[in-house]
Design a protein around this ligand. Structure first.
Ligand code: PLP
Length: 401
C-alpha cells in the first residue's frame, strides 16, 4: 500500500497518487492528471491553491522573518488576534499550530477554570460522534471508539451525552457538581456532518450562563467562513466562551488559535501554557492574509451562495435514488449520507478526477476551497452523481444487526 514511501510510518490509508501543484480549485498529480478539488486538504485550503495574493505575502514574509520565539513581542500575533476578536466578538486569542493543540489548550482552560473555583476534579461534557483530535486528551474527548482503541487508559474527566438533547445535559447538571464546561463541534465534521441545532446552541448558552460553565465550541473544521458566516455558531446568534480554530485559518499554512471571551480570557497566565511554533511570523502572516483576502474577495457570501447551489444541485441529481439517506450541512461543508459504507467512492472519484473524502464510513464529504465557483460546483455534481448512482446500484446494503 505504501510501497513508494517505505520510510514514512504507515499511519494513513493513502491513495496511489502524489499531487504536485495546483491553481484555484484544480490540482495536478505527478503524472499530469488534473483533479477538481472538492476536499481542499480537508477544509484547509480556504483560498484554493496558489492564490496570487497569498503567495506574494508569504514570499515577502519568508524573506523577512519565518520564526522568532515567544520570548519577544510579536506584532503579527496582535494583528491576527485583533482581527479574530473583531470577527467573533470575543476578547483574546492564543496561537498554536494545529486543531488538536487548540483543543488541548481549551481543555486546559476548562480544568484551570474549575480549579480556580475550588473544583479539584473538574469534568467536561462531551458528545457522541465528536472528533477533537488525536492527542491522548483530545482522543479521550472524541466520541469514536476507533480513534481511542489501543490508546487506553483514556484521560478521565469527561461525561458524554448525545447531541441535540438538552435534557441529557440538564440531567448531568442536576447530578454532577464537578462540571465546568460543555465542549462540542458546532457542526461535527469527522462524525458525519451533524450540526448542533440553533435552538439547542441557544439552550446550551443559557444553561452555561446559569451554571457558570464554559461553552467551548470546536470550530476547527466549520469555522473561518466555511458555512457562510465567519463562525458557524453565529447562525444561532450566540457567542461561545472558548473557540478553538485551525484548519482553514491559514489556507494551508499551519495556524491554530484558541479565541476566548470575557469568562475565559484571564484563566491562563504566564507559565501556564505555551508552544514553540505557536504564532510564528510566517504562520501569522498566513492567517492575516487569509482573512484579508476572504474579506476583499467576498468569500463568506460565496461560500453561502455556492454552497446552497451545490446542495440544491446534489439534491436534484440524487432525488429518489434508493440508498441516498440525506444531504446535509451548511455552506461549503456538505455531507451525502448513504445507507451503506462507501469508502470505495474515494478512489473512484479520484479516478474520475474529483477529490473528496468519505467520513463516518457512509458519508461522502465535500469541503472544497471557499473560492469554488457555481460552474465548479456543477462540475462536482456532474462527476459525483453518476458515481454514487452506479455504486448504489451494484452494492447491497449491509444487513442490520
Ligand atoms: C481536524 C479536526 C481537529 C484536529 O485538527 P488537527 O489539526 O488534525 O489536529 C479537531 N477538531 C475538529 C472539529 C476537526 O475537524
Amino acid at each position: 500500500m505504501t510501497a513508494s514511501m517505505p520510510h514514512v510510518m504507515n499511519t494513513y490509508g493513502r491513495l496511489p497518487i502524489a499531487l504536485s501543484h495546483g491553481v484555484g480549485c484544480r490540482v495536478w498529480d505527478t503524472n499530469g492528471k488534473q483533479y477538481l478539488d472538492g476536499l481542499g486538504g480537508i477544509a484547509v485550503n480556504t483560498l484554493g491553491h496558489a492564490h496570487p495574493k497569498l503567495v506574494a505575502a508569504l514570499q515577502d514574509q519568508v524573506g523577512k522573518l519565518i520564526h522568532c520565539s515567544n520570548y519577544y513581542e510579536n506584532p503579527l500575533q496582535e494583528r491576527l488576534a485583533a482581527m479574530l476578536c473583531e470577527l467573533s466578538g470575543l476578547e483574546a486569542a492564543f496561537f498554536c499550530s494545529t486543531g488538536l493543540e487548540a483543543n488541548e489548550g481549551a481543555l486546559k482552560i476548562a480544568r484551570k477554570f474549575g480549579h480556580d473555583r475550588g473544583i479539584a476534579r473538574p469534568e467536561i461534557i462531551v458528545f457522541e460522534k465528536a472528533f477533537h483530535g488525536r492527542s491522548i486528551a483530545t482522543l479521550s474527548a472524541t466520541g469514536n471508539p476507533k480513534v481511542q482503541a489501543g490508546f487506553e487508559p483514556l484521560v478521565e474527566g469527561f461525561v458524554r451525552v448525545p447531541l441535540n438533547d438538552i435534557d441529557a445535559v440538564k440531567a448531568v447538571a442536576a447530578n454532577n457538581r464537578n462540571v465546568v464546561a460543555v465542549f462540542l463541534e458546532t457542526i461535527q465534521g469527522e462524525g458525519g456532518i451533524h450540526a448542533a441545532r440553533w435552538d439547542y446552541l441557544r439552550s446550551l448558552r443559557q444553561l452555561c450562563d446559569e451554571q457558570n460553565w464554559l461553552l467551548m465550541l470546536d470550530e476547527v473544521q466549520c469555522g473561518v467562513g466555511r458555512t457562510g458566516k465567519w463562525f458557524a455558531h453565529q447562525w444561532a446568534g450566540i457567542k461561545p466562551d472558548v473557540m478553538p480554530l485551525a484548519k482553514g485559518l491559514g489556507s494551508g499554512v499551519p495556524v491554530g488559535a484558541i479565541v476566548v471571551g470575557e469568562r475565559a480570557k484571564n484563566v491562563l497566565g504566564p507559565g501556564n501554557h505555551g508552544t514553540t511554533f505557536g504564532g510564528n511570523p510566517l504562520s501569522m502572516r498566513g492567517g492575516i492574509e487569509t482573512l484579508e483576502i476572504m474579506i476583499a474577495d467576498g468569500l463568506l457570501s460565496n461560500a453561502a451562495q455556492v454552497g446552497a447551489h451545490l446542495k440544491g444541485a446534489l439534491e436534484a441529481a440524487l432525488a429518489g435514488v434508493p440508498g441516498v439517506q440525506q444531504i446535509r450541512g451548511a455552506g461549503l461543508m456538505l455531507g451525502i449520507e448513504l445507507d451503506r459504507p462507501c469508502g470505495v467512492i474515494l478512489s473512484r472519484a479520484m479516478e474520475a478526477g474529483l477529490l473528496l473524502s468519505v467520513t463516518a464510513d457512509s458519508v461522502i464529504r465535500l469541503v472544497p476551497p471557499l473560492i469554488l465557483s457555481v460552474a465548479e460546483a456543477d462540475e462536482i455534481v456532474a462527476l459525483l452523481a453518476p458515481l454514487v448512482k452506479a455504486f448504489l446500484a451494484e452494492s447491497a446494503p449491509t444487513p442490520q444487526p
